[in-house]
Design a protein around this ligand. Structure first.
Ligand code: FE2
Length: 133
């Protein structure tokens, strides 16, 4: 299921929100590529495309927190690291299969889509509130 960037996902920080839109767009492309054609190379490409932007976005968000002296930076970094690990595992899982299996799609929904929505709502909103004040 694709993610819709609506009011609930807005943090109020222009940089973060702009990057979240792009990130969500890439997550949606991955989900779509897994459920439509089910071609392995397309899924690999969209997953790599997502990983590239994840690196950029997490680095920008962490820099923002460092500059603002955000007290929960270490915990936030740990969450980002956990997500990257989950994505790496998905990348390996896809490599071992002939294409995106149902189990792979279920893991994408749980470890990427759901994780991201929860992370934005719970953690990134706190960051934005701190940085914006
Ligand atoms: Fe974050």
């Amino acid at each position: 299921m694709s993610i819709v960037f609506d009011k609930d996902l807005e943090t109020g920080n222009e940089l973060i929100d702009g990057q979240h839109k792009e990130l969500i767009d890439r997550v949606n492309r991955l989900v779509e590529s897994c459920t439509s054609g089910k071609e392995k190379n397309v899924a690999v490409q969209t997953l790599d495309f997502l990983m590239d932007y994840t690196e950029l976005h997490f680095a920008a968000e962490e820099k923002l927190q460092e500059e603002a002296g955000y007290p929960e930076l270490e915990g936030h970094k740990a969450q980002h690291a956990q997500f990257k690990k989950a994505v790496d595992e998905l990348r390996e899982m896809l490599e071992e299969e002939e294409g995106p299996t149902d189990a792979f799609v279920a893991a994408v929904n749980k470890n990427i889509s759901d994780w991201l929505v929860n992370h934005i709502k719970q953690s990134d909103k706190k960051v934005a509130a701190f940085v914006n004040k």
